[in-house]
Ligand binder design. Structure first.
Ligand code: SF4
Length: 403
């Protein structure tokens, strides 16, 4: 849908980044890296939620030792996050990590940067130059009069020159900032001057929902301009939320194939027969991270629900204390209200396994349609077609305005 800017390709472990590779989702563990079992548990949860590459901090010797044990057991490639101590980068490589992230703002001595790059070159380990607005090199801050997109791009280019001096080119770059406008502009400028794969993110976006909105605004804007090869949501939340958000963003933009359900739900209104928010939430929990790539609808009433969500693979609409299941807009079954969510999951699993036709063939759709028509009529009878008494209100409004 969006024409992607051409970038070079590299591999983080077995995962390609850049070129025509699918855009990947990254996240970061929040456990102590020295806690091998705890970190691995989180990595498995992240991978199940759609994370392709994970980053762990390598801030001390115990963390590097932990990485040596985590790497061989991890289901996805591991990147070591390095700040201040270049020796930790060397230790992480010794531990077998698949990639490094260096912050040029806090590892500044050229000989240290080059020592890491030379080692990475020999081991064929990619490095991300991770510029961060908040930890920009003070000299560049001074030169550009603050955290400016130009300063961030220059920081990345400066680091790149050190890498080039030792013939190292397995590089990704990020220029993150907590300001959405600033990061967008920095990435735009960067994409003009290099074909190196770019890692997108809004740093310190904060807790959801504000954090989700900020990160989505920044990342989605750039992706739609064809900029970006790998993404990370930096949320103040369980990192699994980051992985889910990243995955959902890519799926909703059509940049990755759907892996889990796409739950659509009506916003509810006066006509709703159930607590739509609660049922949608319970449905979301019931599906969890199950690999069922279907669109599932939760609709508040049988009057409009099946029609409005007719494109959904499977849906449920409430009416007269009953749940009306519909498949591609066709009524297929009626279940008691408290069994709606279970029925939704069971039907979704069946469709995923056997297909829509087989699902429809196993029931009497005419009977389900008759039941739905009955409840629809009862609802209309009860609440009327004009559920908000709009016609009466319009008469009153006209009278008020005329006087
Ligand atoms: S599906 Fe029914 S309850 Fe939901 S918003 Fe539409 S009319 Fe209202």
């Amino acid at each position: 849908m969006f024409e992607r800017r051409k970038t070079r390709q590299l591999f983080v472990g077995k995962v390609p980044v850049g070129g025509d590779a699918p855009i990947t989702v990254q996240s970061m563990t929040i456990t102590k890296t020295a806690d091998v079992e705890g970190t691995l548990q989180q990595i498995y949860a992240l991978a199940a939620a759609g994370c392709d590459i994970v980053r762990c901090t390598c801030n001390e010797e115990a963390a590097a030792i932990g990485l040596a044990q985590i790497v061989p057991r991890s289901p996805i490639p591991i990147i070591a996050d390095i700040h201040h101590q270049y020796r930790m980068a060397l230790a992480a490589m010794e531990a077998g990590v698949h990639g490094l992230r260096l912050n040029p703002g806090n590892i500044r001595r050229p000989e240290h940067i080059k020592a890491v790059a030379a080692e990475a070159r020999d081991r064929k380990i990619p490095i991300r130059i991770g510029v961060n607005g908040g930890s920009l090199d003070p000299a560049l801050y001074e030169k550009w009069g603050g955290i400016k997109p130009e300063a961030m791009v220059e920081s990345a280019m400066q680091e790149l020159r050190y890498f080039q001096e030792v013939d190292f080119d397995l590089v990704k770059i990020s220029v993150k900032a907590s300001s959405v406008a600033l990061m967008i502009e920095a990435y735009r400028q960067l994409s003009e001057v290099t074909d190196i794969p770019l890692h997108l993110g809004v740093t310190e976006a904060g807790p959801p929902p504000a954090g989700l909105i900020k990160a989505t605004a920044g990342i989605a804007t750039l992706l739609m301009e064809g900029i970006g090869d790998t993404i990370r949501y930096s949320l103040t939340a369980d990192p699994v939320e980051e992985a889910r958000a990243g995955r959902q963003l890519l799926e909703s933009l059509g940049l990755r194939e759907r892996k889990n359900i796409d739950l659509i739900a009506c916003p509810s209104c006066g006509r709703a027969e159930i607590d739509v928010i609660d049922v949608a939430k319970r449905a979301m929990e019931a599906f969890g991270d199950r690999k069922i790539p279907l669109q599932v609808a939760v609709m508040g009433c049988v009057v409009n629900g099946p029609g409005e969500a007719r494109e959904a693979d499977i849906g449920i609409a409430a009416g007269n204390k009953r749940g009306h299941l519909f498949v591609k807009g066709r009524n297929v079954a009626v279940v008691p209200e408290d069994e709606m969510v279970d029925a939704l999951v069971e039907w979704a699993e069946f469709i995923h396994e056997h297909g829509t036709e087989a699902a429809i063939a196993r029931v009497d759709t005419a009977k389900a349609e008759r039941e739905a028509a009955k409840d629809r009529a009862a609802l209309l009878d009860d609440k009327g077609a004009d559920v908000n008494n709009a016609n009466e209100k319009i008469v009153e409004i006209r009278k008020t305005v005329e006087h």
